[in-house]
Design a protein around this ligand. Structure first.
Ligand SMILES: Cc1ncc(COP(=O)(O)O)c(C=O)c1O
Length: 351
């Protein structure tokens, strides 16, 4: 095993990072005196206004505790009776939420094979055959993840094409944006890019992830249709996602939205993933299928190197059979972290 010192921050997950100092400061500032509960406070009002600047005047934002909850609330605000959700086989709602959408929403998930983590319009067309047949769950919502669980991103045009197809068949579109900021940072780093891949593309409801991008906790559900906005407050409470001391979620998110900090932090994480790729791509035994687009790298390693390297500096297995692992960067990953990690991998593999 390498005797080099491990980096200060490992590459397990963007969830492993702490909260950004501006977020901690915002929490401290919001901790002044009393404020009415359940969102009747000035921080939540500021948040709603700020989110409307981002997503347009018709956006209604609901703050929630976590990403699984944001997905459940978002989907619940779109689903009708006997409707199903079309998603990819990789979707977080499908593989990493312990069946929460099925249990809480009572809805079938139709998970489709998508080798690159992305749905295509033809798959929606294929599923539309079930519409009107009372023996089939009715495909009612198409759920996309941006950026995807396997580190790819949809272009704004691809999302628009999916929305057009879904809407033509009377379906709605939900976007799991746990890492939407990383997709924006990889697509022009601008609010225009955010708009193009969400509201302009025709997405109906999305989650705007923040916990992975510098918050201590909290996510936002953004409803872009009047009907979803009407239903969502009720399902948020029913599904236990209504924080009573809402001001603390709002204050954190406001700090992240100030001066586009959310784009800068996600961009930083993306850059560190690219650096990690560049620092390891020539190490014999490390095989990268592709260069990273956002903040995750999925190399294959020699089988017997994985465990010792994980013991030295932890990261997760990804596809065990092909010895593939996941290295993930976060908003606080530094150049030194990357360089030290890459040096350790090199040292271990070259002996
Ligand atoms: C794509 C995606 N969606 C949603 C979530 C939400 O997760 P949590 O409920 O842990 O906040 C995650 C977290 O890993 C995720 O990767």
């Amino acid at each position: 095993m390498t005797t080099l010192p491990p980096p200060a921050r490992a590459f397990a997950s963007d969830n492993a990072a702490g909260a950004h100092p501006a977020v901690m400061e915002a929490l401290h500032e919001a901790n002044e005196g009393h404020a009415l509960a359940y969102g009747d406070d000035r921080w939540t009002a500021e948040n709603s206004a700020r989110m409307r600047e981002l997503f347009g005047p018709h956006a209604t934002t609901l703050l929630v505790w976590n990403g699984t909850g944001a997905n459940v609330v978002g989907l619940a605000s779109l689903l009708g009776p006997a409707q199903a959700v079309i998603c990819t086989n990789w979707a977080h709602i499908n593989v990493d939420e312990t069946g929460a959408p099925e249990r809480i929403l009572g809805a079938k998930l139709i998970d489709l094979d998508c080798p690159d983590g992305k749905l295509v319009p033809e798959q929606i067309e294929d599923q539309a055959h079930a519409l009107g047949d009372m023996h089939h769950a009715q495909p009612g919502v198409v759920s996309l993840t941006q950026s995807t669980e396997i580190g790819t991103i949809y272009s704004a045009d691809e999302i628009a094409a999916l929305c057009e197809t879904a809407h033509r068949h009377g379906m709605s579109v939900h976007l799991d944006g746990a890492r939407l900021a990383n997709a924006v940072a990889a697509s022009g780093r601008s609010v225009d890019a955010l708009r193009a891949m969400t509201v302009d593309a025709g997405v109906d409801v999305l989650s705007f992830g923040a916990t992975k991008n510098g918050l201590m906790y909290g996510e936002a559900v953004v409803c872009l249709t009047a009907r979803a906005a009407m239903v969502a407050p009720f399902v948020r409470k029913q599904t236990t996602q209504l924080p009573s001391k809402m001001r603390f979620v709002a204050a954190q998110l406001n700090a992240l939205l100030r001066d586009d900090l959310w784009i800068d932090l996600a961009g930083r994480a993306n850059e560190m993933a690219m650096r990690l790729y560049e620092r390891t791509v020539d190490i014999p035994g490390v095989v990268h299928d592709t260069a990273p687009v956002v903040n995750s790298v999925f190399p294959h390693l020699p089988a017997d190197a994985i465990r010792p390297l994980q013991e030295w500096c932890f990261f997760w297995d990804w596809h065990v059979a092909s010895h593939q692992v996941r290295w993930m960067t976060a908003w606080d990953t530094t150049e030194d972290d990357v360089d030290q990690f890459a040096a350790g991998v090199r040292h271990h593999l070259l002996g």
